[in-house]
Ligand binder design. Structure first.
Ligand SMILES: [Zn+2]
Length: 215
């Protein structure tokens, strides 16, 4: 089973992908990781990629698709893959489909974790953790039982991630929408686009995804 999982930063996409790796033996393929690995291996494709990056140019679609083709031919990808970070344009989506078809494969599902931007921003920007034990809290949704004291370890020091501020999160969200907007209609037209409620609880999202995959 071959999937694309689409979800903005902060919607728990990584968690869902890891669960799919565990439950279905899928391999998550991040194009960034693949590129780095390919360059490190130093084969002909890797050398080409290295030269392109050194020149500060964009990777051509063809090279990206070839890289994915090589990666999914490796023996660990027997049960299928979850592709992350690609495609981002219709031309890339078409090239990917063609490459898969040539291998007798296809994308089975493109799963979009739909979110409500404003609410997601609230969720992310309210997050903080105990500085000592790492227990996660939230300004609105998960306060410590005693204000300013960690439930788990009693510490009174907490920290926030610098990039969890509203401006950063809003920027990341709009980048995500820009990147996915072109390919959503493409996959919708081909009947493979499915939507789950990305605002639901993590376990509930997993259930929704499992239900889609089982259908
Ligand atoms: Zn603590």
């Amino acid at each position: 089973m071959n999937l694309i999982l689409l979800g903005p930063p902060g919607a728990g996409k990584g968690t869902q992908a890891r669960r799919l790796e565990d439950t279905r033996g899928l391999v998550q393929l991040s194009t960034g990781d693949m590129l780095r690995a390919m360059v490190a291996e130093g084969g002909p494709l890797g050398q080409q990629a290295k030269d392109i990056m050194a020149a500060g140019k964009l990777m051509p679609d063809e090279l990206m698709v070839q890289m994915i083709a090589e990666r999914i031919s490796k023996p660990d990808v027997t049960n299928g893959f979850i592709l992350d970070g690609f495609p981002r344009t219709v031309a890339q989506a078409e090239a990917l489909d063609k490459m898969l078809a040539d291998k007798g494969l296809k994308l089975d599902h493109v799963i979009e974790m739909k979110v409500v931007d404003d609410i997601l921003v609230d969720r992310i920007t309210g997050r903080y953790t105990c500085a000592k034990c790492g227990k996660g809290y939230h300004d609105t949704f998960e306060k410590p039982k005693v204000e300013g004291v960690c439930d788990v370890c009693g510490s009174t020091e907490f920290k926030r991630r610098a990039d969890d501020n509203a401006a950063t999160v809003t920027t990341r969200l709009s980048q995500y929408h820009e990147q996915t907007a072109p390919i959503l209609p493409y996959y919708r037209d081909r009947g493979v686009l499915k939507t789950v409620d990305g605002m639901a609880e993590i376990d509930d999202v997993t259930k929704q995804i499992e239900a889609l995959l089982a259908a």
